[in-house]
Design a protein around this ligand. Structure first.
Ligand code: C6P
Length: 420
């Protein structure tokens, strides 16, 4: 862990960590872009990585590079210990009961596809329904559409209201005797809406319907406990939470994962293979065919250490204040319209400016060193709901500060002047 985060850890989550000092832990933040100090506000797309994560990945390749679960030699034992250590860190971080419930995947997308194909597909047929919401990322739409196409089941969508919140009356109405599965985002990437997942999970449970949460945008911003939530599956991506790309995980209740057939076949997911018969490995390895992303998992473990050293409650409070200040500032810009006004928001703010295409906004603010995302944010149905082709999105992490908000506001003023 880098020195700043260690110092903060040493102060044992003191009243208010000095978030400003934490920026120094992130080498990418310390650079000029187009002649300006980088102002990085595209954290919903991916977060920057602290030195401790970069070192953990480099250290694996420098000192311990070996395959896991396969060798009796020292390097393989070290690599296996670090890889499995990362699984244990993630288990603790999300409050799962056992490491058997933590399956490493490439990310949220693969975790959802795994559940769609290995859990749901064998269970449904014509007449059955899968319930999602109008707020979903394509990763939490297309895998369910594919299962529906493959089986004849139908996809039902709980619509949004004008604030960009799921209409709970619709959600409850669509949850019926035909519903076999529910999949909802914990936090929307396009609008920042925090879904009332407690109520949604309870409603699904009451009907005995399993529920998956897409947690890609929740884990960087808030404490998540899968046992408190009592969801059946939870999907996450390391790169959204300051870890490496190409690694993430599926949490699944052991009883459900046990009953599921493997998703892919290959090495490590078996206990015995002959040409006549193959017996599958225990959880979670049954779902981890082939050599995994060992360095990625170790990097994710380091990211979790880093987040724990700051404290997720501290992060949540800091970001709440920052997002509120950003909303106040943005609402002073003439012609700027916020897209979505959810009661509870985490991380992201979407907006448009009259007469300026979002892509032009993105290009002009980039010239001022400000990185935001523009487009449909892989959530085209959300854009369709608001009758827009695209929005501009500023998304925040704990290392952002008021100076970043000022930079964004000034760059947007500049943009308005260009088009005046
Ligand atoms: N959203 C964004 O800019 P992967 O690519 O598997 O790590 O994550 C997919 C994903 C799933 N669900 C949600 C809610 C997400 O936000 C994302 C990724 C990025 O908003 C890239 S499109």
């Amino acid at each position: 862990m880098s020195s700043t985060a260690t110092e903060i850890a040493a102060s044992e989550h003191s009243e208010a960590p000095d978030f400003g000092r934490l920026r120094a832990d992130f080498p990418t933040l310390n650079q000029r872009v187009n002649g300006h100090p980088l102002c990085y506000l595209d954290n919903a797309a991916t977060t920057q990585k602290p030195e401790s994560v970069i070192s953990a990945v480099a250290n694996y390749y420098r000192k311990n590079n070996a395959n896991v679960h396969r060798g009796v030699h020292t390097l393989s034992e070290r690599a296996t210990a670090d890889y499995e250590g990362a699984r244990e860190k993630l288990r603790q971080f999300i409050g799962a009961e056992s490491t058997r419930e933590i399956v490493f995947t490439r990310g949220t997308t693969e975790a959802i596809n795994l559940v769609a194909q290995a859990y749901l597909r064998p269970l449904v047929s014509s007449g059955d329904e899968v319930l999602i919401t109008g707020l979903e990322h394509h990763s939490n739409i297309v895998p369910w559409q594919m299962v529906c196409e493959q089986t004849g089941a139908s996809l039902k969508v709980a619509a949004l209201d004008e604030n960009g919140e799921v209409r709970l009356d619709e959600f409850h109405r669509l949850l019926s005797d035909k519903t076999r599965f529910v999949a909802v985002s914990h936090v929307s990437n396009a609008l920042g809406t925090v879904n009332p997942v407690g109520e949604m999970i309870e409603a699904a449970k009451t009907r005995g319907v399993p529920i998956l949460l897409d947690g890609a945008q929740a884990l960087p911003h808030m404490h998540v406990d899968v046992r408190d939530l009592d969801c059946d599956f939870y999907a996450l991506s390391s790169h959204k939470m300051f870890g490496p790309t190409g690694i993430g995980a599926l949490y699944g209740k052991a009883s459900l994962l046990e009953a599921m057939p493997p998703y892919q076949g290959g090495g490590d997911m078996i206990s015995m293979v002959s040409f006549e018969e193959t017996r599958y490995n225990d959880l979670p390895y049954k779902f981890e065919a082939g050599t995994p992303n060992i360095a990625g998992a170790i990097g994710l473990g380091a990211a979790i250490d880093y987040l724990n050293a700051i404290g997720m409650t501290q992060i949540l409070n800091h970001e709440k204040a920052m997002v509120a200040a950003a909303l106040d500032g943005l609402s002073t810009i003439p012609g700027l319209r916020l897209i979505g006004r959810p009661r509870e928001r985490a991380g992201a703010i979407s907006f448009v400016i009259d007469g300026i295409h979002p892509h032009d906004i993105g290009t002009i603010v980039d010239a001022d060193g400000v990185a935001i995302r523009t487009g449909h944010h892989c959530a085209m149905p959300v854009m369709q709901h608001f009758g827009l082709p695209a929005t501009a999105r500023a998304s925040f992490a704990f290392y952002n500060n008021e100076a970043d908000i000022e930079r964004l506001l000034r760059a947007l003023e500049h943009c308005r002047n260009v088009f005046a």
